[in-house]
Design a protein around this ligand. Structure first.
Ligand SMILES: Cc1cc2nc3c(=O)[nH]c(=O)nc-3n(C[C@H](O)[C@H](O)[C@H](O)COP(=O)(O)OP(=O)(O)OC[C@H]3O[C@@H](n4cnc5c(N)ncnc54)[C@H](O)[C@@H]3O)c2cc1C
Length: 277
């Protein structure tokens, strides 16, 4: 429960943080809310030689909603939940308990790359992008290219996530469903759904899955089954039955892979029904 020894710096600018990260080498790690990294360090599953704390770096927290959404990487789950931003706020409000939500950040959640986290599947389904800055400058990575494997992302070791960009979802409705044994636990499975209806027909649909593989996933079979259809209970039920298609959920202490597939189908139906009103 006591982490291995490490050095600590708290830079006051983004440039300084990037420099400290580069100078620290592969064993240097950024520290945001600390609610994923510090437990790993206490369990000695991670032993960074240097922590570069982002909390004094200005302009990394906050939300700009001007059609598209821009959410600073250091924006806490509490602030995302309270900003009334639709799906991403609803999902952030379900994360753990107030202590975790008050410290954990959206940038940390995405950079950590845990497929059981709530926000990665939401950003994937919203077709968001992740902005990262490193010694070579800034780049914008589509969420679809960002999550590579369990706890592995497209980020280079010397890059800092600065912002998450989400396209406007005006005219879309959404649903978010998460199943856990106690309200504040991680999702056994989570499903988010976004739909757009034109002339009584589902013209666009996106469905994201949490904890159904080593990365967050899009449920493309569900999306294909709904696009162009009217959103009655039968159509939703038939589409949701495809929710486990192409997934490879890891069995764990809470649920077998089969049970997770079952949950995905049930939660998908509920999320779509919620979105369809
Ligand atoms: C008891 C408990 C319950 C939890 N339950 C849930 C839950 O139900 N749902 C959920 O989604 N999450 C849950 N979490 C995780 C929580 O949301 C974390 O806050 C989040 O996963 C990581 O964010 P952080 O800011 O704490 O990141 P940190 O722990 O500080 O960092 C995590 C990783 O990301 C890297 N990193 C951080 N910020 C950046 C950045 N800006 N650029 C590049 N790399 C960066 C760090 O180097 C580290 O590798 C839980 C955590 C705890 C302790």
């Amino acid at each position: 429960m006591i982490p291995a020894e490490f050095d600590y710096v708290a830079p006051e600018s983004l440039e300084e943080a990037i420099r400290a990260l580069a100078e620290g080498g592969e064993d240097a790690k950024l520290l945001a809310g600390g609610h994923s990294l510090l437990p790993l360090m206490k369990l000695r599953l991670a032993a960074p030689s240097m922590l570069v704390d982002l909390r004094r770096v200005p302009h990394l927290a906050g939300v700009q909603a001007n059609g598209d959404l821009r959410i600073g990487a250091m924006t806490t789950h509490t602030d995302v939940a309270g900003a009334n931003l639709g799906l991403v706020s609803e999902a952030a409000a379900t994360i753990a308990d107030p202590q975790v939500r008050n410290r954990g950040t959206i940038g940390g959640s995405l950079a950590h790359g845990d497929p059981a986290s709530d926000l990665p599947a939401v950003v994937l389904a919203m077709e968001g992008t992740i902005v990262a800055r490193g010694p070579g400058g800034e780049r914008e990575i589509a969420a679809a290219d960002f999550f590579h494997d369990y706890l592995e992302t497209a980020l280079e070791p010397d890059e800092v996530v600065t912002e998450v960009r989400l396209p406007a979802t005006e005219g879309w409705s959404f649903g978010y469903q998460k199943f856990n044994r106690r309200r504040e636990d991680w999702a056994m499975v989570g499903v988010c759904a976004l739909i757009k209806v034109d002339d009584g027909v589902c013209s666009e649909v996106r469905v994201g899955l949490t904890n159904m593989a080593g990365t967050p996933l899009r449920a493309t079979a569900v999306e294909d089954a709904l696009r162009g259809e009217s959103l009655d209970a039968d159509t939703i039920g038939r589409a949701a039955a495809e929710a486990a298609e192409g997934t490879s959920p890891p069995a764990d202490l809470n649920a077998s892979a089969d049970y997770k597939r079952h949950l995905a189908r049930v939660l998908c139906r509920r999320a779509l029904a919620q979105a369809a009103g």
